[in-house]
Design a protein. Structure first.
Length: 243
């Protein structure tokens, strides 16, 4: 079939189709008018939903920032004698500060669910619970965050290792720090994780194990910012009397 004939057939088909559409539209004027009204309503609803979601996101961000301000707010007893009282929130005790912060972060989490802001709020709430020595609640939240992946999960692993150290669960703490130290994809500096493991063992008076980890740090990261401290502590533990 010649190209000109094919083109003419396509044009005739298009014109015929257009005639059918115009004829149907004329015959079904009311339906078309109602359908157009529905489209307008749907577009208006979509616009309202978009505005609502945007407004809600701004309110959530503001609530998170307010909670973070509370988390970092000064405590009266921590102020220097000659220091002027700062503006904004000042708490009588650190316990008051962390209780208020935990409640505020958990409120943000409830409002924003599994969004990034919600997960970040959950993380800070867990840190506040750690400061309050509510270790079971903090551990549960941090383990839940770890299942998500990403930066928040990495921060949760680090915080969980610190929780184990603070609560005297030495073996769990060392295992957690070693997991971070041997993970090349970890965001936490691996030499810091090793130093934390060594210090945890040192504080637990497990000195031979601590010395071995200090030495491991020196072997793997000789240029580390922690190398000097690790070397000094390892040498001391080799010669220090036990009693």
């Amino acid at each position: 079939m010649k190209k000109e004939l094919r083109d003419q057939i396509k044009q005739d088909d298009f014109a015929s189709g257009l005639d059918h559409v115009l004829a149907w539209t004329t015959a079904h004027h009311d339906e078309v008018r109602i359908g157009a009204g529905v489209v307008v309503v749907l577009l208006a609803a979509a616009g309202a939903l978009g505005y609502f979601q945007s407004q809600r996101a701004r309110e959530t961000d503001r609530a998170f920032r307010d909670a973070l301000t509370t988390f970092e707010a000064p405590v009266t007893g921590e102020l220097a004698p000659d220091q002027d009282r700062p503006g904004g929130q000042v708490f009588a005790t650190s316990e008051d500060r962390y209780k208020t912060a935990a409640a505020a972060f958990e409120g943000v989490e409830r409002r924003s669910g599994s969004s990034i802001v919600g997960v970040r709020a959950k993380y800070y709430a867990a840190l506040a619970r750690m400061e309050l020595k509510q270790h079971a609640e903090a551990e549960k939240a941090l383990k839940e965050i770890q299942t998500r992946g990403g930066l928040e999960a990495e921060l949760a692993r680090t915080a969980l290792a610190d929780l184990y150290r603070r609560s005297g669960q030495v073996d769990k703490a060392v295992e957690a720090y070693r997991g971070l130290a041997t993970n090349p994809a970890a965001n936490l500096p691996r030499d810091f994780a090793l130093m934390s493991a060594a210090r945890t063992l040192d504080d637990a008076k497990r000195w031979s194990e601590a010395r071995a980890v200090y030495r491991e740090l020196l072997d793997e990261f000789p240029a580390s910012a922690y190398a000097s401290d690790a070397r000094a502590r390892a040498e001391y533990l080799e010669t220090a009397p036990r009693g």
